[in-house]
Ligand binder design. Structure first.
Ligand SMILES: *Cc1c(COP(=O)(O)O)cnc(C)c1O
Length: 431
């Protein structure tokens, strides 16, 4: 950090010389890791750029139609560009897909028919899928529709349980889907690296070539220079208010994969016989594509912010997960704080560092689906956008706070400094 910035941070935000010097040290230590993420960003930036050029993206694609939305060239172009970036045969990209859960649900319901088996090989899927699958009862669950569900936990060493996967695949002759959640989400497990995923895909296809491999790619986009559909996954899906929307997309989800499955999912998205040919974009093609264009840089900034957060809190004696040097599959950084007061202070600091609603104070509150009060800090341009700087925590032991996002590294960094400053204030008051 140069002296002008340091002076500004001291004058406007009251950061101490000590913390700013520590920032320099940490950034020095992290330089080799930062270089890796800069290289991934650079590669992906050119990958996205080339996909737009190859598909002859033009100004006219930012216009939109009305009514049924037939021949919406902007919508079609957006889907072609996504397919190219992710090395897939086809894609569905719509602002009308409400969120990541909706995109994943479309895939599951579009593929799985009575008699099929869904085999989750990454333990329990993300919470919001419980009612979709039928882990929690619901009228439209897969279980209600005659699909069976098998869940396979990781081995004690954290790897895939190949033995159980093999026997599940060999049991019966019915069609099967192998479901993989790339991101660790809020569980304490290792990342599914692209190398591990590739091995898994080879293993599964070796046993049952017809098995459909589907990946929940939420938070995983642009964390590597390849994506699941480039190494043999049949389908993947994610949210546009996470990584691939670059903080610009206002809403939506995407699905990429083999043409056969994309066609069938599209029949489920709209109606049989209609598929991808209808559906208004309401003029969102420009922002979705602009977001995709910026996404590699935004994701890299957010990861660097997560690393800075991990290193800073680690040097202050806190436990962090993932640790520095481990494989990262998503942008979430958790920090083990020492008390409820520290969790509140951390979130207060993040809120103070936001561009929007920086003057409000987050407080723990009841949330549907949670047993204990939850505190959330976010001052985002897009509501609920977790690619923007945010933090959240359930108010219970072990007082883990989840830190994520930042549209730029600089913003994520000031968020960390601000969170730390609030914790220091608390400690001083307690002496
Ligand atoms: C965010 C997320 C989802 C979907 O969540 P939405 O809030 O519906 O977008 C699913 N799986 C993982 C791993 C996620 O991170």
């Amino acid at each position: 950090m140069d002296t002008n910035t340091k002076t500004l941070l001291k004058e406007l935000y009251g950061f101490s010389e000590e913390i700013l010097l520590r920032t320099d040290e940490i950034e020095n230590d992290l330089a080799p890791e930062f270089q890796i993420w800069d290289d991934i960003k650079t590669y992906n930036q050119y990958k996205v750029l080339h996909a737009m050029q190859k598909n002859h993206l033009s100004d006219m694609h930012f216009n939109w139609t009305t009514g049924y939305g037939y021949n919406d060239i902007g919508r079609e172009k957006t889907e072609q560009v996504f397919a190219s970036v992710f090395g897939a045969e086809d894609a569905i990209v719509r602002g009308s897909i409400a969120n990541g859960t909706h995109a994943l649900t479309l895939c599951l319901q579009g593929v799985l028919k009575p008699g099929w088996e869904m085999i989750s090989v990454t333990s329990k899927p993300y919470d919001t899928l419980e009612k979709v699958i039928g882990i929690q009862e619901s009228y439209h669950s897969l279980l209600q529709n005659g699909v069976t569900y098998t869940q396979i936990d990781f081995c004690v060493d954290g790897g895939f349980d190949r033995q159980r996967i093999q026997s599940a695949l060999q049991r019966g002759t019915h069609p099967k889907m192998v479901y993989v959640q790339r991101s660790k989400g809020y569980s304490r497990r290792d990342a599914i690296s692209m190398a591990n995923l590739k091995e898994l895909i080879t293993f599964v296809k070796g046993i049952d070539p017809a098995a459909v491999i589907m990946v929940d790619n939420c938070y995983g986009e642009f964390l590597d220079i390849i994506e699941p559909t480039e190494i043999g996954a049949d389908l993947m899906a994610g949210s546009l208010i996470k990584n691939p929307g670059g903080g610009i997309a206002l809403s939506g989800g995407y699905i990429c994969g083999k043409k056969l499955w994309i066609d069938r999912i599209a029949q489920r998205l709209t109606a049989p016989g209609i598929g991808k040919d209808c559906g208004l974009t309401f003029g969102t093609s420009r922002t979705i594509l602009q977001g995709l264009f910026l996404a590699p840089g935004v994701v890299s900034g957010a990861i660097k912010g997560a690393l800075f957060c991990a290193k800073m809190f680690e040097t202050m004696g806190y436990s962090v997960f993932p640790e520095i040097g481990s494989v990262r599959s998503d942008i979430i950084q958790s920090v083990g704080l020492h008390s409820e007061e520290e969790v509140i202070a951390f979130c207060k600091g993040i809120q103070k560092a936001a561009p929007v609603d920086s003057y409000v104070t987050p407080i723990p509150g009841e949330m549907p689906g949670y047993e204990v009060p939850v505190i959330m800090a976010a001052g985002a341009f897009v509501q609920g956008s977790s690619i923007e700087l945010s933090a959240d925590a359930p108010m219970r032991e072990p007082y883990t706070v989840y830190f994520q996002g930042g549209l730029s590294y600089e913003h994520a960094r000031i968020g960390v400094l601000s969170a730390l400053q609030e914790i220091k204030k608390l400690q001083q008051n307690n002496i």
